[in-house]
Design a protein around this ligand. Structure first.
Ligand code: PEP
Length: 255
């Protein structure tokens, strides 16, 4: 498949870490460290409670703020949920959808992922739609079957126009928070497969434009090898994004 030039996305998922005060001190350190990074999109996704402060601190910088989850509903009796419109109003530009921790601990299905993706798009947010296989899927040779199912049940149900506005993240569950990073070749093969699913569903032009991030134990010492793969259009970083210096060296890996 011929590669189109795609702008990289370097995204940090802070999960349920950092208070408002910690968010402030981390960003005060991080923003100047990445101020010269002009050739990629940089995103941080703090917990809901720190979004407003993060937006305020990132105003006028090259770092955008995302959320880690969103409701499929516009409003209503959905206790504990936050709508896409509320996130957009708070200043979010992105939202992570279908992270494996949400699929696992909160029983999110492909159908919920599809509905949340649509809700995010409806509010003008860019969804980062995550998918990835369990260790036993990979060991049993089921990786492609699982990725195809997650693709068709989630982003595959969008229209071509909607699909052109999403980002995807390949996050093998065996690599998340484990320190066991996928080899660049394994990650690239999975990305190629996801892109081929996109080509089947939406056509080659859409597939070649799709940006797919890799996530799973990305660290300053493995970023270069991963990003050497043309198929990887950026990274979604958990643990290593919590430390300003380490996330900055991931963002600035070329310099
Ligand atoms: C993640 O939470 O999306 C993730 C990839 O985590 P980690 O980088 O810690 O493996």
């Amino acid at each position: 498949m011929t590669m189109a030039k795609r702008r990289r996305v370097m995204a940090g998922n802070w999960k349920m870490y950092k208070t408002i005060a910690e968010t402030r001190s981390c960003l005060e350190l991080f923003l100047p460290l990445v101020a010269e990074a002009k050739d990629c999109d940089i995103v941080i996704a703090p917990p809901f409670t720190a979004i407003a402060s993060a937006v305020e601190l990132c105003a006028g910088s090259n770092v955008a703020v995302g959320a880690q989850n969103v409701s499929w509903g516009k409003d209503g009796a959905l206790t504990g949920e936050v709508s896409a419109g509320m996130l957009a109003e708070a200043g979010c530009k992105y939202v992570i959808v279908g992270h494996s921790e949400r699929r696992h601990f909160f029983h999110e299905t492909d159908d919920m992922v599809a509905r949340k993706t649509l809700a995010a798009l409806g509010a003008g947010l860019t969804p980062i739609v995550c998918m990835g296989e369990m260790p036993e899927d990979r060991e049993g040779g089921l990786t492609e079957e699982v990725l195809r199912r997650q693709f068709l049940g989630g982003p595959g149900s969008l229209t071509g126009e909607e699909f052109s506005r999403i980002l995807m993240a390949y996050e093998p569950i065996w690599a998340i928070g484990t320190g066991r990073v996928a080899t660049p070749e394994i990650a690239a093969a999975a990305h190629r497969f996801i892109r081929s699913c996109a080509a089947e569903q939406f056509g080659m032009e859409h597939a070649l434009r799709l940006r797919i991030l890799y996530g799973g134990s990305v660290k300053p010492d493995n970023i270069k090898g991963l990003m050497a793969q043309e198929e990887l259009d950026g990274v979604l970083v958990g643990g290593a994004s919590l430390d300003a210096t380490s996330f900055a060296s991931i963002v600035n890996y070329t310099s």
